[in-house]
Design a protein around this ligand. Structure first.
Ligand SMILES: *Cc1c(COP(=O)(O)O)cnc(C)c1O
Length: 426
């Protein structure tokens, strides 16, 4: 038994499922998870000393690759001055100024500690600002684990086979209405059924928690129009797409404006950070300016802000990086298609920017129902094979592959060769 297996045996005794976040338990791929000791650039090392090319990238934050010196040094410097003050600091202002500069259509930022918290707070703000209770989300989109959003959710809520969670009262989720991604008529029908009662439509502008599914042409524009007509606010959950699709996120990439935008993952540079943002008029509804209460003991933590500020500043200074990571992802998507075709395995590979994912299905994947058609047993075999070849993928079908600036052509080619061998043996 390897050291990861040994540790996992101990872990399951003291941590539910041996983990602190369900997808890490590798249940969807039927094996014990690898325990990681170290990461650098595009690589991970596990407790047994095995090295992997990593396409999880901590689920997105590591857009520059692991342990990037600019981020690490900013953290080391910040730590010397103390870990937390519970008081305002200069870096909070600087990162908010930078976000307002880079992201279209936002004037103010509130920092929180996770993507879950960001989205939960944005929904509260939308309800407070509109005086309405209902919200519309999309089946297969994931917005963190707060009660009202754990309805027909994606990510590991999906892989686990429970579309929503125990412990979430019906009384709360009765206000959550579910529409179909890339289907405007499903949104229109809900808005018509609940006239004047929908506070917000929340969407992942690129769905990346059902595997990767991009918005159909006109879908985001159509949501904007429907929201304008109904008085609902449009929330882009950019916890994945923010600072990844483009410096300005999905609003910049697709040219569609949202009323509120949520961030997480990349803005923390690997530290626990989230944020929600919008116009001054909306954001000044939040305490202490307005009646929507939201607070956080560690919000805007100085070490976390140092990491985020260093990463965002680096991205701003290297905008060419976006075309580069998108080109790498496109190359890899092409090679995965070729490998699958040569092996006669029906696979649809979706790619947008530096996000991609293969689905084990003969059809195109443009909607949640298509994604769900993927053969997850085959994904598990593919995952196991790739891991044996030194490639660490998301341990579940309904997640994205993340390409970072640290992945070079050498790693991409090694990944493609591994895929040739693995698909041939499926
Ligand atoms: C990861 C994610 C969240 C939740 O963020 P946490 O930091 O895990 O709480 C919310 N929305 C989207 C789109 C995500 O991918």
């Amino acid at each position: 038994m390897g050291r990861s297996e040994q540790l996992f045996e101990q872990a399951v005794k003291v941590l539910p499922g041996g983990v602190n976040s369900p997808v890490r338990a590798y249940r969807a791929v039927g094996m014990a998870p690898r325990f990681i000791t170290r990461a650098e650039g595009p690589f991970l090392w596990d407790e047994d000393g095995e090295k992997y090319i990593d396409y999880v990238c901590s689920w997105g934050p590591m857009i520059l690759g692991h342990n990037h010196p600019v981020v690490r040094e900013a953290v080391e410097k910040a730590v010397k001055d103390g870990l937390s003050f519970g008081a305002p600091t200069r870096r909070e202002v600087e990162i908010a100024q930078l976000m307002v500069e880079l992201v279209p259509n936002i004037e103010m930022v509130r920092m929180v500690n996770s993507g879950t918290e960001a989205v939960m707070s944005a929904v509260r703000l939308a309800r407070g600002a509109t005086g309405r209770d209902k919200i519309i989300k999309f089946e297969g989109c994931y917005h963190g684990h707060s009660d009202c959003l754990l309805v027909n959710a994606g990510s590991s809520a999906l892989a686990g086979g429970h579309p929503s969670s125990a412990g979430v009262p019906e009384d709360i989720v009765k206000h959550t209405l579910t529409a179909q991604f890339n289907d405007l008529s499903s949104v229109e029908a809900l808005l018509d059924a609940w006239p004047g009662q929908v506070a917000c439509v929340i969407v992942e502008p690129v769905a990346a928690n059902m595997g990767v599914v991009g918005p159909a042409p006109g879908f985001l524009e159509g949501l904007r129009k429907l929201c304008d007509k109904s008085g609902a606010l449009l929330i882009f959950d950019e916890v994945i797409t923010g600072f990844r699709l483009a410096l300005g996120g999905a609003q910049a990439y697709f040219g569609v404006k949202a009323d509120l935008v949520t961030f997480g993952k990349i803005i923390g540079g690997g530290m626990p950070v989230g944020a929600y943002c919008g116009s001054r008029a909306l954001m000044e509804q939040v305490a202490p300016c307005g009646p929507v209460y939201q607070a956080g003991t560690l919000s805007g933590n100085p070490v976390a802000m140092a990491a985020g500020l260093a990463q965002l500043t680096y991205l701003k200074d290297h905008p060419e990086l976006y075309d580069d990571i998108a080109a790498k992802a496109a190359w890899l998507a092409g090679r995965l298609r070729k490998a699958a075709e040569a092996a006669g395995v029906p696979v649809a590979v979706n790619q947008i920017g530096s996000l991609l994912s293969p689905f084990f299905t003969p059809t195109e994947v443009t909607a949640f129902v298509d994604a769900k058609g993927s053969d997850v047993g085959r994904y598990a075999k593919y995952f196991q094979g790739m891991l044996r070849h030194g490639v660490a993928l998301a341990p579940a079908q309904f997640e994205a592959m993340f390409v970072s600036a640290a992945h070079t052509q050498a790693e991409l080619e090694a990944t493609a060769r591994a895929a040739d061998a693995v698909f041939a043996a499926l």
